[in-house]
Design a binder for this molecule. Structure first.
Ligand code: GLN
Length: 402
């Protein structure tokens, strides 16, 4: 061998193997759609983040916290003032007292709260029950924590589930059920009777309920939100996840939390500590101020979202989409079969590149992409200006043949 002669670079296949877990899932399709919207200058009705300002009070509180030099680590499981405010609000809204010293962990968004929770409770061989369609993060959450998901279908148009399907998904290996109410992407708000049916199975099989309640204040047509933790027998086995993101229109702040029994909380706190150390300290102070907003703030929020929902429903129906009217959260699931495209991904691509509107392909919410091939999800956490632009562009869409 001539040492002066440069050797060819090692081929990719000779690299050390990457994580088999990481190979089992893709980049988030929701977040990819936002990148595509930016690239094509499309109106972005894909990823669920508001394009209007956050309340002035929460922004001032954050600015003041930074000026007051709250710029070092908060306590790893959350600043005391913030945890106290979370406990107070939960008791006010749900009538359940929780101990901020032992039952709350503040995390970097509900995304981290969910992942830390999964890592804290899952062992090899454990299964988690997941209603489908589901928020896409729950798939990678299961893979990374090592849980095997068991899917239970929510069926259109009302997104109800068959109690027999649910019972069949539970068994001796079930560690938890993941519940998201109000639900992304369907807009379903689980009824008390449904929560009780889930409770019965959790008790029978000694399972946890992990409930993602981030859309708790986006409720329409008289729908009521019930926290699973308040259902008889569920306080000790429920992990309640929430965040500032949606309620206060600060999705980029990354501040969320998990409420759970002291025993579960101590496991979540350990995982959280070594994963992220803590959420942004000044933003936790701002969160403490926001959680004290008067009831009128939440009433106005829900009323304004109901108007946005109706606006987008009218635009989509006018453009030929079959819409499933949501009772909560801020998404509209649609049926696109009448447009005659081969599948949801092809249609979403056409919409973003040719029409100039970004939405999320339904397959991102299903384990088997074929189950979502006639669905497309739109979000309505947007301003009138955005709706108007979307309406103008969707008017170019050839109306489907009936
Ligand atoms: N929950 C939002 C959605 O479904 C996105 C959240 C995120 O991208 N982290 O669009």
């Amino acid at each position: 061998m001539n040492p002066a002669k440069p050797q060819p670079a090692a081929s990719i296949s000779s690299h050390p193997r990457l994580s088999a877990k990481a190979e089992r899932f893709t980049e988030s399709v929701i977040r990819e759609m936002t990148r595509l919207a930016l690239k094509h200058g499309a109106v972005n009705l894909s990823q669920g983040f508001p394009d209007f300002p956050a309340p002035a009070e929460i922004k001032h509180a954050a600015q003041e916290a930074i000026s007051a030099d709250i710029n070092q680590y908060a306590i790893t499981w959350g600043a005391k003032r913030f945890r106290d405010a979370i406990a107070e609000k939960f008791e006010h809204a749900q009538g359940m007292a929780v101990d901020p010293e032992r039952e709350i962990t503040v995390c970097c968004g509900s995304t981290e709260a969910m992942m830390s929770t999964m890592m804290a409770i899952i062992n090899p061989g454990d299964e988690v029950v997941v209603f489908e369609p589901f928020y896409e993060n729950y798939g990678p959450d299961a893979i990374l924590s090592g849980a095997a998901p068991r899917f239970v279908k929510l069926r259109a148009p009302d997104w109800t589930f068959d109690p027999d399907d649910l019972a069949a998904a539970f068994g001796p290996a079930t560690k938890a059920i993941i519940l998201n109410t109000p639900n992304n992407p369907t807009g379903k708000v689980f009824e008390r009777s449904e929560l009780e049916a889930i409770r019965d199975l959790c008790l029978r099989w000694n399972a946890f309920a992990i409930t993602d309640e981030i859309y708790e204040h986006m409720l329409y047509d008289g729908a009521k939100h019930t926290s699973m933790a308040t259902i008889d027998g569920m306080r000790e086995r429920t992990i309640t996840i929430n965040a500032l993101s949606k309620t206060y229109s600060v999705t980029g702040w990354r501040v969320g939390w998990a409420i759970a029994s002291p025993e579960v909380t101590s496991a979540i706190r350990k995982v959280h500590d070594f994963m992220t150390v803590g959420a942004a300290a000044p933003l936790q102070e701002a969160g403490a101020a926001a959680l004290k907003f008067p009831q009128s703030y939440y009433d106005t929020l829900a009323r304004e979202y109901a108007l946005r929902r109706d606006r987008l429903l009218a635009i989509l129906a006018g453009a030929g989409f079959h819409c499933f009217k949501p009772r909560g959260a801020y998404y509209i699931m649609t049926d696109i079969a009448a447009f005659g495209f081969p599948d949801d991904v092809a249609f979403a691509k056409y919409l973003v590149t040719e029409i100039g509107v970004a939405a999320v392909p339904g397959s991102s919410f299903y384990n088997d992409p074929a189950d979502g091939r006639t669905h497309l999800r739109f979000t309505f956490c947007k301003t009138e200006k955005t709706f108007q632009a979307a309406a103008n562009r969707l008017a170019k869409l050839p109306y489907p043949r009936r």
